[in-house]
Design a protein around this ligand. Structure first.
Ligand code: NAG
Ligand code: NAG
Ligand code: NAG
Ligand code: NAG
Ligand code: NAG
Ligand code: NAG
Length: 818
């Protein structure tokens, strides 16, 4: 036992002795050869020879002591040794040299010389290898010659006096430090920014420095507590570096072999590097993704859009998603045309972007933004301007004179003012005014609604305890012995939140159990919908109750007490379709056959509503959340009664301008959403969207437009790629054919012109292949998608914009379905 202890002790002593002996300096008399190492005083970095390229080449490098594979600097990248025989020495003239041990040839030299010799080299704890003369003056340092890694304190940039450049170049491969294809360089023209180049082409830009961070890297703000960023612009130097803050972990920034900038941080517990950030972050960071005057938006299915007032230069290629051609101006600039100082033009504010490439731009840090606009307007070749520094409310001026390249939307982005002809600007303003009008109308409407509600509630309180139930044929049963409201209260546990099974714009749905054991769904209408008079309400309910079809949810009764209005429906144990198709795990429960049955079922229900029932009716709000599934997965359309009823069977319903828009964005046809024109074709459109959603298992969002995506796949003949991966693999050839037909029918239903959409009866025939579907024409690719992101015209969410243009009141059940 004591022997072992002694042995351990002596081993420890030996270890500490060798640690104490670890050298951090080289002098003329102390060289480094073979497997010897130089270790920084705090033992953070080591310098020595290391093998690479399958151990066939040897390089002199510096690495982290804790992670010897992480080489941060290499001397002889171009001239490796073939064995470990190199010698590192400080020459008599004051240069650090690397000699070939066999021939004494100089393989690499710092090329420095000192007047006051002897010189010495020391490896510091920062990772810097510093060569100083006898008086301590720095002759050379590795930090001035970075390879592929930035450590805290290493600059990238340019020395404007000497023309020297501090840049990174990638390794050839992970096992080969010789210079690879990528370089990370400061572009000092315009507003300085860093760019990655590969073989003469730009691949990535950080965006110009905006006083706080690089405009294209909003994440920098989030690591400010760990790192301090220093950006220097003086007459003699433009450079960037970062420093660690107290107690921040070891970190480095690397240009990796695929041209990606990676910020790595040392995880002490895992003893490994973790990737903290990397850029390019997404496809919008790929240089020139959307071409000149394009704007990239990662949350759009289409990714690329044109700046307002611009259109794809080559629409055919653009639709095939080759967006590199970019966009061209719609209306030529009127510079000088409208007046003496070029006021035939104006500026359109593109909000929240990574500014376009500023190479060749005029930058004036002293000008105000206002002054900047004036200057740009008065110079006919100026195409855009923006502030240069975001600090203190913004200052400085950047002016562009040519194409606007590589613009993207980014968190915390800047505003870019793009010069466009006045006429374009007027068009944009009109949309905006309409929106303001819509919003103020909505607000006025709401205020009136609240006022009248207050009035009604007071009036209603005298009308308590009115109730009706419906018999099998939908006629009212009168004379119920007890108030059904009490029954329903009991059935739903007094509308307990635990019984809540859904919620929509019309109210909340509760599950309940009647005394005889029957399960029901009780819809408690929200109070806003109770403005309708009691009598009309009862009449409408009676009509709805008369609609009976296998694919419609049956209304069992209604109940009114005080201000409460309840509709009682049969209960559907499998809840709504959206709970299946948009759920990662439950989606797989829907086989192709089930999906097809649901599609046909919904189509049948709609045909009944549109044509077969006594009271033809437009649903108006068909969506996945309104298709319920019973225990046998039979699809049943719900909520149909709430829309307006039409008694005039076969009457001209087209072009009815409804006084009130009800619907869900994503399912609303453009003519209805924009102009309030309601026809059966609104339901056909919603059905088309629903069909595509069922097939793909994806939601049609404004921000990720399923229709545009389907259209693109269709045009490229890749339509089956739309098929939900959860079923694609299991479909037989016949089912795949059926799916292709479905997609075609779906596209027919979402065509832009309502007249071209097939009536529901034809849809059924096409789906059951009794009728060949025609060739779909271009669907509605929602206009706000095609131009830039609508947020740019100042008024918040995209959802608002899609409803623009309509000057009446607007009610949305909600934005994305339940
Ligand atoms: C590395 O060397 C070993 C043996 O010398 C050889 O078997 C292997 O194929 C080499 N690997 C590469 C990637 O060249
Ligand atoms: C290399 O230089 C060292 C010292 O300058 C000398 O001792 C050695 O003999 C030289 N070797 C060869 C191969 O020239
Ligand atoms: C030193 O000078 C030589 C010859 O001019 C050159 O090939 C080499 O790249 C220089 N070394 C460094 C580190 O700049
Ligand atoms: C470069 O970094 C990216 C992002 O972290 C990573 O996906 C990629 O694999 C890296 N490339 C190499 C060659 O390590
Ligand atoms: C994309 O369009 C450009 C012209 O705008 C053309 O030169 C290029 O070949 C196209 N690329 C592809 C992959 O079709
Ligand atoms: C417009 O700006 C460009 C670039 O700064 C400059 O060369 C040109 O002289 C200016 N033109 C006028 C009329 O000021």
């Amino acid at each position: 036992m004591s022997h072992l202890f002694l042995a351990l002790l002596s081993a420890l002593l030996l270890l500490s002795a060798s640690a104490a002996a670890a050298e951090s300096t080289l002098t003329q008399s102390r060289t480094l050869a073979g497997d010897q190492r130089l270790t920084s005083p705090g033992e953070i970095f080591q310098l020595g020879l290391f093998p690479a390229v399958n151990r066939s080449r040897w390089f002199l490098g510096i690495w982290f002591t804790v992670s010897p594979d992480t080489v941060v600097w290499v001397a002889n990248r171009d001239r490796p040794f073939s064995s470990q025989s190199g010698v590192v020495a400080v020459s008599g003239r004051g240069a650090l040299v690397l000699l070939d041990g066999a021939s004494n040839d100089t393989v690499w030299s710092s090329n420095s010389s000192a007047a006051a010799t002897p010189a010495q080299a020391q490896l510091l704890d920062t990772g810097n290898l510093v060569l100083t003369d006898k008086d301590g003056n720095i002759l050379w340092q590795s930090f001035e010659h970075p390879t592929n890694t930035l450590l805290p304190g290493i600059r990238v940039g340019k020395d404007l006096r000497t023309g020297a450049e501090w840049s990174l170049s990638s390794w050839r491969s992970a096992d080969d430090p010789s210079p690879g294809d990528f370089r990370y360089v400061m572009d000092t023209s315009g507003s300085p920014e860093l760019k990655v180049w590969s073989k003469g082409r730009k691949t990535y830009r950080t965006g110009p420095w905006n006083g706080v961070r690089f405009g294209g890297i909003p994440e920098m703000t989030t690591f400010e507590d760990m790192f301090e960023f220093q950006f220097t612009v003086t007459a003699g130097e433009v450079s960037y570096m970062f420093r660690n803050r107290d107690r921040s972990p070891m970190s480095r920034v690397l240009l990796n072999e695929s041209g990606v900038m990676q910020r790595m941080v040392w995880d002490r517990t895992a003893r490994a590097w973790s990737n903290f950030w990397s850029g390019p972050r997404d496809q919008c960071d790929n240089y020139g993704r959307c071409g000149a005057f394009g704007v990239c938006n990662v949350v759009d299915a289409t990714v690329c859009g044109c700046i307002r007032g611009f259109a794809p230069r080559s629409p055919a290629e653009w639709y095939m998603r080759n967006t590199s051609g970019g966009c061209a101006r719609g209306t030529p600039l009127q510079c000088g045309g409208g007046g003496g100082d070029g006021n035939g033009d104006g500026f359109y504010a593109l909000r929240g972007v990574k500014l376009p490439e500023t190479h060749g731009c005029a930058v004036d840090a002293a000008a105000t933004l206002e002054e900047c606009g004036r200057r740009c307007l008065s110079n006919c070749s100026c195409t855009a301007y923006a502030g240069a520094d975001i600090r203190g409310g913004g200052s400085g001026c950047i002016q562009w004179f040519g194409d606007l390249m590589d613009t993207r939307f980014v968190d915390g982005g800047q505003d870019l003012y793009v010069r466009v002809a006045k006429s374009e600007l007027d068009a944009i303003k009109n949309t905006r005014n309409k929106l303001v009008l819509v919003i103020s109308l909505v607000i006025t409407g709401l205020v009136l609604l609240l006022l009248s509600l207050g009035f009604l509630i007071r009036r209603k309180s005298r009308r308590c305890k009115k109730f009706r139930f419906l018999d099998e044929t939908g006629d009212f049963i009168t004379g119920c012995p007890t108030c059904p409201l009490e029954i329903i209260r009991a059935a739903t546990n007094n509308f307990s939140p635990d019984n809540k099974i859904g919620e929509g714009g019309f109210g909340i749905v509760y599950k309940g159990q009647l005394p005889d054991g029957q399960e029901v769904a009780v819809k408690k209408l929200s109070k806003e919908n109770t403005v309708q008079g009691l009598k009309e309400f009862m009449n409408e309910v009676e009509l709805i109750a008369k609609l009976q079809h296998r694919n419609l949810v049956r209304l069992l009764g209604c109940c009114i007490q005080c201000s409460e209005r309840l509709l009682v429906y049969e209960y559907m144990s499998n809840k709504s379709l959206d709970k299946f198709i948009f759920d990662e795990s439950r989606r797989t429960d829907l086989s192709w056959k089930t999906r097809m049955d649901i599609i046909i079922g919904v189509a049948r229900g709609l045909v009944y509503l549109h044509e077969d029932s006594r009271h033809t009716m437009i649903h108006r709000d068909l969506k996945a959340a309104n298709v319920l599934l019973d225990a046998d997965m039979v699809a049943k359309i719900s909520d149909f009664g709430i829309a307006k009823l039409f008694n005039s069977k076969g009457g001209r319903l087209d072009c009815t301008v409804t006084e009130r828009i009800v619907g869900t964005l994503g399912y609303m046809s453009p003519e209805y959403a924009m102009d309030g024109r309601l026809s059966f074709m609104q339901d056909v459109y919603s059905f088309g969207v629903l069909l595509l959603e069922i097939i793909s298992g994806r939601r049609n969002h404004l921000s990720s437009n399923l229709i545009a995506h389907t259209w693109m796949l269709w045009q490229e003949g890749r339509n089956l790629e739309l098929l939900d991966p959860a079923v694609r693999g299991e479909c037989t050839a016949g089912e795949l054919e059926q799916a292709a037909t479905c997609i075609q029918v779906g596209l027919l239903c979402v065509q832009e012109s309502p007249d071209e959409r097939p009536p529901m009866a034809d849809v059924i025939h096409m789906l059951s292949r009794e009728k060949a579907p025609g060739q779909p024409r271009r669907p509605v690719l929602c206009t706000p998608m095609m131009s830039a992101r609508p947020v740019v015209i100042d008024l918040g969410a995209q959802e608002t914009i899609a409803a623009c243009g309509h000057s009446g009141r607007l009610t949305m059940t909600n934005l994305e379905g339940r």
